[in-house]
Design a protein. Sequence first.
Length: 149
Amino acid sequence: MNMTQWIENYFHQMLDGFDGPLLKNMKIINASNGMVKSEITIQSNHLSHLKTAHGGILMTLVDVCGSLVIASKGLNRSSGVSTNINISFTNPAKEGDVLFIEAECIKFGKAMGFADIKIYNKDTRKLIAQGQHVKYIAIALRQSEKAKF
C-alpha cells in the first residue's frame, strides 16, 4: 500500500463522526511523508446564509487535513489531540467551486505536531483560507506501530 492509499483509508475511518456528512465528497489526491493534497466541491450544505462557504466547513477542512498530514508521519492509530487550530479567511467560495487543499507537517516532535494548511479555489488558484493545526502527539506516538509503506 502506498502513502496515498494509506491516507485515504485513514481518512475514511474518520468519517464515522461529525465530519462524515460534511466531507463525504472530499478526495485525497496525493500524499507523502509530511504532505497531503486533497480536494472537495462546495455543496449546498456547506453554505452560509450568504450563499458562500461557511467558515465552519473551512475550519473542518483545516482540522481534518491537519490531522491527516500529521498522521502521514507514521501515526497509525490516532493523530493525537488538537491543542490549537486557527484560520484566516481571505476570499469567499461559492457552491460548485472545487477547493484544493494543501496540508504540510512543518514540525513533528516528540510531543507536538504542527501543520500548515492552505485552501485554494482549484480553478482560479485564489487563496480561500489558510490555517494552522497543532496536536499533542506524545501518547499517539507511544500507541502507534510505525506505519509501513
